[in-house]
Design a binder for this molecule. Structure first.
Ligand code: SME
Length: 165
């Protein structure tokens, strides 16, 4: 995409339709571009600008040993997270999305932004089953992420993984 301005989508009110359209926009945003930094940066910006009530949206990439922060929108964050630590580590280790309604109830939660109260972390698994990293979303609202949010944001994560080819 060169010299094409990308206006923010006006999304429908119904959550299911909102996330379906968001996934379409996400696909358009990464179309033809395999660079993971570029796509993680643009997808973080898209989600932060269109999904309400988020204070941090971004990517951690697995470097073969631990998770290292990648492109994100929000306050500066923890740089490296071992796989045996935090909600991000749990998502990477178990390869299952972690949905935490109240991060203060999770002893192992790593507080990057003290204002965060709930969190959703989607593991990013490549075509060959390799761990790419995680897609992490934080909110200041307790219980911000419904099952519908989980499905919708897993779809955005899938767009990212597919874009890598
Ligand atoms: N809270 C995460 C750490 C990353 S920040 O939220 C950006 C965790 O417990 O793994």
């Amino acid at each position: 995409m060169v010299g094409v301005s990308f206006s923010l989508p006006e999304l429908p009110d119904s959550p299911a339709e909102r996330y379906a359209e968001l996934a379409d926009y996400a696909r358009a945003l990464v179309a033809g571009e395999p660079d993971r930094i570029a796509n993680a940066a643009n997808l973080s910006a898209l989600v932060k600008a269109t999904v309400p009530d988020l204070n941090w949206v971004g990517f951690y990439f697995y470097d073969g040993t631990e998770l290292v922060v990648g492109p994100f929108q929000g306050l500066p964050a923890c740089i490296r997270i071992p796989l045996d630590r935090g909600v991000c580590g749990a998502a990477a280790r178990t390869r299952e999305t972690q949905r935490v309604d109240d991060v203060h109830a999770v002893a192992d939660h790593i507080a990057c932004d003290g204002a965060t109260n709930s969190e959703l972390v989607v593991p990013l698994i490549g075509r060959s089953g390799e761990l790419i990293g995680v897609f992490d979303l934080d909110s200041e609202s307790t219980g911000r992420f419904s099952d519908e949010d989980r499905r919708g944001l897993e779809a955005v994560a899938a767009v990212f993984v597919d874009s890598l080819g």
